[in-house]
Design a protein around this ligand. Structure first.
Ligand code: SF4
Ligand code: SF4
Length: 255
């Protein structure tokens, strides 16, 4: 926690491959218009009672999620709107420069810092080569805090927007008839949506009223028999869908 991490990007392009990039709704619209794919990653947290206001970790989860029910169980649902690609990013140029540099998503401006304020940057888990972390580069992280001003501002903007767009993500799910989520920390349910349908729903989230967007009774998905039993015991709804082949518009990604 007390160490200083030095960093300067070598523009190697390694971080622009095989990604799931969390986007704002505006960024998702632009990504789709440029021909990219966008998915929704959904997870849900049983929320029988409100946490202590001093529990910052729980308050952070609360801020990123919206209230819903799964059967008799109050839950909070975390939805991430994600640009997905295997291999190189569709915007990565042959010389490893970003072909969408001026309009690249905020999360691309934050890397290699973490978007989650409770996760500290660990160079060993990053794609950057060792020379990017040489001590002759400017300080990037000091005592757990990002001190690179541009990155720190981008991180703050990402987090504020992440909280601000929660109700719109709830409406987006309702408009797309999405109501299936993993149990948080066990995996994700990934919903792949046709680009036109996603653009249409994104264009409507600002105008549709929450009560007109649709109901929000959610089903859990789990690959663990013990989890399934516990969720049913506490009154939650658990999907009977078979994810064995895990193909199609809804997939389960277990951790
Ligand atoms: S948008 Fe640009 S910076 Fe972001 S992953 Fe693609 S090529 Fe890399
Ligand atoms: S992997 Fe690191 S050094 Fe390479 S382009 Fe990405 S941020 Fe820069």
């Amino acid at each position: 926690m007390n160490k200083t991490v030095h960093f300067s990007c070598t523009q190697c392009g390694k971080c622009c491959h095989n990604l799931r990039l969390p986007l704002s709704l505006g960024e998702a619209t632009e990504w789709l218009r440029r021909g990219g794919d966008v998915q929704l990653f959904c997870e849900a947290i049983p929320w029988p009672q409100e946490p202590d206001p001093g529990n910052l970790h729980a308050q952070h989860k609360r801020g990123r999620s919206f209230s819903a029910n799964s059967g008799d169980l109050p839950i909070r649902v975390v939805v991430s709107v994600v640009a997905s690609f295997d291999g190189p990013c569709p915007h990565l140029l042959p010389d490893m420069r970003c072909g969408a540099y001026e309009v690249r998503p905020l999360v691309c401006r934050i890397y290699p810092a973490e978007v989650n304020p409770f996760i500290e940057l660990a160079p060993a888990f990053k794609a950057c080569p060792s020379d990017a972390w040489a001590t002759y580069h400017p300080a990037f992280l000091v005592a757990g805090q990002v001190v690179d001003t541009v990155t720190a501002l981008a991180s703050e903007k990402f987090r504020v927007n992440d909280f601000r767009e929660v109700s719109k993500r709830a409406k987006l799910c309702a408009l797309l008839r999405i109501s299936t989520a993993s149990l948080a920390n066990e995996g994700f349910v990934i919903h792949s949506i046709d680009g036109e349908a996603m653009l249409d729903a994104l264009s409507r989230v600002d105008t549709v009223l929450a009560e007109d967007a649709g109901a929000s009774d959610w089903d859990f998905v789990t690959s663990r028999a013990a989890t399934r039993g516990t969720l049913l015991e506490i009154g939650a709804r658990v999907s009977d869908l078979d994810f064995t082949s895990n193909k199609g518009p809804m997939q389960y990604l277990a951790f």
